[in-house]
Design a binder for this molecule. Structure first.
Ligand code: ZN
Ligand code: ZN
Length: 189
């Protein structure tokens, strides 16, 4: 089964299990879709601050985001890429690009390993990331996740899975940039 499907299944079942204990019930009536829409379309100052919202977000958006990323990757000159790919994703969240990289690796019939370090400020992504790490062996993936401010993490250097220093050859800033565009005045970008 695709890793992407497993992640969506996990989030769907976790949403069903925990939605009644969601602390934002008073604001969304236990339908975190409305919380997400307030954030995305009405510039609510709130962020992804509850587990149900994270789960809902994955179920609602990750297929679209992963397929958009897969289309983008299809248009890149893959034969020129250095292997193994060592991806550093800033603001990784649901890791939608990870599934696209896996898809392309399979399409190309490459057996080369894939290394991926995801960085996010939001600890609420941790259960999703743990689930991905748990499944990673099956997919010939080396994974690590770091939480905190990106600049201070980069200053202390992102340690590799092997204990040395991780030297990425692909940098993804997909959601970092869109988040900056959402919260910062245009002139500051
Ligand atoms: Zn909530
Ligand atoms: Zn909610």
């Amino acid at each position: 089964m695709l890793l992407l499907n497993q992640v969506v299944e996990y989030c769907y079942s976790d949403y069903q299990t925990n939605k009644n204990t969601c602390f934002c019930a008073a604001s969304c009536g236990m339908d975190c879709n409305s919380c997400l829409e307030k954030i995305h379309f009405y510039k609510a100052s709130r962020h992804y601050d509850c587990r149900s919202m994270i789960n809902y977000y994955v179920c609602k958006y990750v297929y679209r985001q992963a397929s958009e990323m897969a289309v983008l990757l299809r248009n890149l000159p893959w034969h020129q890429f250095p292997y193994p790919l060592r991806v550093l994703s800033l603001g990784c969240g649901s890791c939608s690009e990870l599934y696209a990289f896996l898809y392309h690796r399979n399409q190309l019939g490459r057996c080369a390993g894939l290394q991926y370090v995801g960085v996010d400020r939001n600890y609420l992504w941790q259960p999703v990331h743990r689930m991905i790490v748990y499944k990673a062996d099956k997919y010939d993936l080396e994974l690590a996740f770091k939480y905190g401010d990106i600049l201070s993490l980069l200053r202390t250097k992102t340690k590799s899975m092997a204990g040395g220093h991780f030297k990425p050859n692909v940098l993804v800033m997909q959601y970092l940039l869109s988040d900056m565009a959402r919260v910062m005045p245009p002139d500051d970008l």
